[in-house]
Design a binder for this molecule. Structure first.
Ligand SMILES: Nc1ncnc2c1ncn2[C@@H]1O[C@H](COP(=O)(O)OP(=O)(O)OP(=O)(O)O)[C@@H](O)[C@H]1O
Ligand SMILES: [Mg+2]
Length: 317
């Protein structure tokens, strides 16, 4: 079977702990930390596994945190292709304040990746056979310039693989310039891409449609948190809305959503149904506490409850 490859240029070992209350200038007693492998693409690969699929996670890894990421992914039976780097992989901190039921996410800077190490990453990706989807998700660390997407896009084309990108700022701009199949910006990321301060619900479709007509991107899925998503292609625009949910934590919702979309596409369902599954998976992740990703059961239960509405449809004869 063809493979799904996820690429995470800036992985992290996510350390979660909880404290009674976040108070300055005080020694705060933490519970024993729980470590999880993290970073966009790594989380997408983990969510795909939880949903019953398979993906190969490609990422640079350095030092003990890098080794721990590979060990933890292997324990979750996620296939890994780690490229050794000299600098140490970052460790992020997630702190839950029990008194206020709030979560604080401390996102550390990633280690610098050398030119040679980046080339090794790209060669490793180019060396994977029979790839159906390449998913690049997360930020770029120092040493990985936004124009890396020129090479990634050209590798995807050579492989006849569909490139899916979930990132922001210049990296997302360069990805579209180079050519992608699908992007999944949230509202802030889409506004930045469109060069607007803010977008309202009426202008989302317009901004996405312009981007599709202009650039080299076929599908835009704009994620809207609790409001679900808007799917835009040159032929259609539709909204996909989840029911109101008692959410526990929205961390990992975007990654779970992407996992659902790719798995849906892999199963050759229609684009709308793949995005519907993505919305179900994203919403399923919000039912779980902390950094937990979606479960297959929650996603499958939610799938039929996602309401789809056509906003625009072109019938090409
Ligand atoms: N409060 C919520 N209630 C129900 N579903 C939600 C909620 N927040 C997020 N989701 C689901 O998760 C999907 C992705 O969420 P969101 O738009 O917040 O992505 P994101 O900003 O990329 O998230 P992330 O912070 O994980 O990168 C949404 O389309 C929706 O399906
Ligand atoms: Mg996101």
């Amino acid at each position: 079977m063809s493979a799904i490859v996820t690429i995470t240029f800036n992985p992290a070992l996510d350390k979660s702990t909880s404290i009674a209350e976040l108070i300055p200038d005080k020694k705060l007693k933490c519970t024993r930390p729980v470590c999880e492998p993290g970073g966009g693409g790594i989380n997408v690969a983990r969510a795909i596994k939880k949903l019953g699929g398979e993906a190969i996670a490609v990422y640079p890894a350095g030092g003990e945190a890098g080794e721990n990421i590979t060990r933890l992914l292997t324990e979750e039976t996620v296939s890994t292709l780690a490229i050794p780097i000299k600098n140490h992989t970052r460790e992020n901190l997630v702190i839950a304040d029990q008194t206020h039921q709030k979560q604080y996410l401390f996102d550390m800077p990633g280690p610098s990746v050398s030119k040679q190490e980046l080339e090794q990453c790209l060669n490793a990706i180019a060396g994977i056979h029979d790839v159906a989807f390449m998913v690049v998700s997360g930020s770029l660390p120092p040493g990985v310039p936004p124009h890396v997407f020129e090479t990634i896009s050209s590798i995807a084309r050579t492989k006849n693989a569909k490139l899916i990108v979930d990132t922001s700022g210049d990296a997302l701009k360069d990805a579209i310039k180079a050519g992608v199949y699908l992007i999944k910006p949230n509202l802030t990321e889409l506004a930045l891409l469109a060069g607007k301060d803010k977008l309202n619900s009426a202008s989302i479709g317009h901004a996405a449609t312009e981007m599709i007509a202009y650039g080299k991107c076929e599908v835009i899925v704009v994620s809207l948190g609790g409001l679900g998503a808007i799917l835009v292609t040159k032929d259609l625009e539709m909204s996909l809305t989840p029911p109101a949910l008692a959410t526990k934590s929205t961390v990992g919702a975007g990654d779970s959503m992407l996992a659902g979309i790719v798995l849906g596409l892999m199963k050759n369902t229609s684009l709308a149904d793949a995005v519907r599954y993505g919305v179900a998976c994203g919403s399923a992740a919000t039912l779980r506490p902390g950094t937990e990703l979606c479960t297959k059961k929650d996603a499958d239960d939610l799938y039929s409850k996602i309401v789809i509405k056509n906003i625009r449809e072109y019938h090409v004869s």
